[in-house]
Ligand binder design. Structure first.
Ligand code: ATP
Ligand SMILES: Nc1ccn([C@@H]2O[C@H](COP(=O)(O)O)[C@@H](O)[C@H]2O)c(=O)n1
Length: 217
């Protein structure tokens, strides 16, 4: 079974994808980490003329070692860098095979990102599109950063998240939109446990309908 989980920054898609993976005994890939690793690799050259070529080279050279420094990869600044390299078509195509191979491994997988249901796994068995309002997302991200001892300017963080979402939604080479057959799950009013229960219910219902020869979207 392939489960595709997409959504904007700090919507909780990674948390839900990890919970679904654990529940169904599937491997999980946070595809944002790939873009973050590329962004981090070219951080020093951001907005210089060689930036694009350097990002393409970094994406082509990416391997598992680049995904180890989670503290640097998951910072808010690296998220912005990731969204800058994510608009480059050759970066996206260089990362495609890694994601596709992960998704199509025997038994299936859970992947979360922006274009999983639309570009990476248009054939996914279940697609979830996670939403939460911008203020709730900002507050969740602020608390996550504060738990790590990072000082947070909530006003700046709110604008950074909105700016990143806009860049992702307008990305001409991206695929960040709700697929026609994706299930919308708004978690603004749901805690982590309730959101995971709702996601599991959607997956179970979709798979049961499919087994009975029906579609659920
Ligand atoms: N339903 C929820 N209610 C409250 N907090 C949540 C909920 N879902 C996730 N969180 C918390 O919000 C923060 C961001 O969640 P998460 O990393 O899963 O988001 P994301 O969409 O994967 O973010 P990004 O796209 O930036 O990687 C985490 O600290 C997580 O524990
Ligand atoms: N499938 C994806 C995943 C991510 N991106 C870009 O990377 C940025 C960081 O992703 P997070 O999920 O870790 O927030 C994101 O803002 C996108 O620009 C992508 O394009 N496609």
């Amino acid at each position: 079974m392939i489960i595709a989980v997409d959504g904007p920054a700090a919507s909780g898609k990674g948390t839900l994808a990890a919970g679904l993976a654990q529940h169904y005994g599937l491997p999980h890939l946070d595809t944002g980490l790939l873009y973050r690793a590329v962004g981090l690799a070219v951080a020093d050259g951001v907005d210089t003329p060689g930036f694009e070529a350097a990002a393409i080279a970094a994406a082509r050279a990416l391997d598992a070692e680049h995904l180890e420094d989670l503290a640097s990869l998951t910072s808010a600044d690296t998220g912005v860098l990731a969204s800058k390299v994510a608009v480059i078509a050759e970066v996206r195509s260089a990362l495609f095979d890694f994601q596709r191979n992960f998704a199509t491994q025997p038994g299936g997988a859970v992947l979360d990102g922006r274009d999983i249901g639309t570009k990476i796994c248009p054939d996914a068995d279940v697609k979830l599109f996670i939403q939460a309002d911008s203020k709730a997302r900002m507050e969740r991200r602020a608390r996550q950063l504060e738990a790590r001892g990072v000082e947070v300017d909530r006003y700046a963080l709110f604008h950074q998240i909105e700016e990143r979402d806009a860049r992702d939604m307008l990305n001409p080479n991206g695929g960040f939109y709700q697929a026609a057959d994706a299930h919308l799950l708004d978690t603004t009013q749901l805690g982590i446990e309730a959101a995971l229960r709702a996601a599991i219910a959607i997956v179970d219902r979709t798979m049961a309908l499919k087994a009975g020869g029906q579609t659920s979207s």
